[in-house]
Design a protein around this ligand. Structure first.
Ligand SMILES: Nc1ncnc2c1ncn2[C@@H]1O[C@H](COP(=O)(O)OS(=O)(=O)O)[C@@H](OP(=O)(O)O)[C@H]1O
Ligand SMILES: Nc1ncnc2c1ncn2[C@@H]1O[C@H](COP(=O)(O)OP(=O)(O)O)[C@@H](O)[C@H]1O
Length: 206
């Protein structure tokens, strides 16, 4: 095949970018059922890191699917393509030096591994937002479970489509048993090992 694509390297090295941004770029990947707590944790983590002077940005399922991925649905192939695009966008953001927080159901272990390969294993932090489908359904934050049970939403994760839990996540939070701050603490600890739960609770004046 004739070569027609010629990617170029920037004159600014990755090391120079990290130094300028004063941080180690990382992707915090939140995976879990709808209603498990991904968006809540992503927003609270972004707020925490932003005011700690991290250069941080969120990518979230509903937002990506309103723009870059608006042509995709929820079949296995469409979810794979959705997550491939998110992986590639995350890679660019990491290469630019950002801390990226992603909140996607990402139900397939194979698709999550593919993202880890795209961005590089050492930059990928997998967070399993663990919550039973019963509790998620009781929460029914967006009223989607009720619609899915009535058969109005096909391929709904946890109801009519599978969720394959991570076997070895970097951290697992149990949102039915923990407060939001307790779950946040477990995640922040991977980035800031010196943080204590008391410090975090004091930060929120709890
Ligand atoms: N069939 C079906 N299954 C699951 N979720 C559905 C579905 N249809 C729409 N929604 C809404 O889409 C949000 C999940 O999009 P994601 O991009 O995170 O999904 S995936 O990672 O590609 O599986 C999800 O957001 P969260 O509730 O925040 O998880 C829903 O609002
Ligand atoms: N420890 C926790 N972490 C995150 N969310 C929690 C926690 N405990 C209770 N919740 C509640 O669970 C719900 C999760 O909803 P949401 O964040 O929209 O889920 P998702 O983005 O996974 O669909 C929110 O109402 C949130 O307040």
């Amino acid at each position: 095949m004739t070569k027609t694509i010629f990617p170029f390297d920037s004159q600014i090295s990755y090391e120079q970018r990290k130094e300028a941004m004063m941080q180690e770029p990382r992707l915090i990947w939140l995976t879990g059922l709808s209603g498990s707590g991904k968006s809540t944790l992503a927003l609270r983590l972004e707020h925490y890191f932003f005011f700690k002077h991290f250069k941080v940005f969120i990518l979230d399922g509903d937002n990506m699917r309103s723009g870059l991925c608006s042509d995709l649905g929820f079949s296995e192939e469409d979810r794979k393509e959705n997550l491939r695009r998110v992986g590639e966008v995350s890679k660019l953001m990491l290469d630019a030096g950002l801390t990226v927080i992603c909140a996607f159901i990402s139900p397939s272990g194979e698709d999550r591994s593919a993202i880890k390969n795209i961005v590089g294993e050492q930059r990928f932090i997998e967070v399993y937002v663990n919550c039973t489908v019963e509790v998620c359904e009781e929460r029914d934050v967006k009223g989607l479970y009720a619609k899915a049970r009535k058969g109005l939403i096909p391929n709904f994760t946890g109801v009519s489509a599978p969720y394959d839990p991570p076997a070895l996540p970097d951290v697992e939070v149990h949102t039915a048993e923990e407060t939001v701050e307790e779950s946040m603490y477990k995640i922040i600890k991977l980035v800031e090992p010196a943080i204590s739960l008391q410090t975090l609770q004091a930060y929120y004046c709890i």
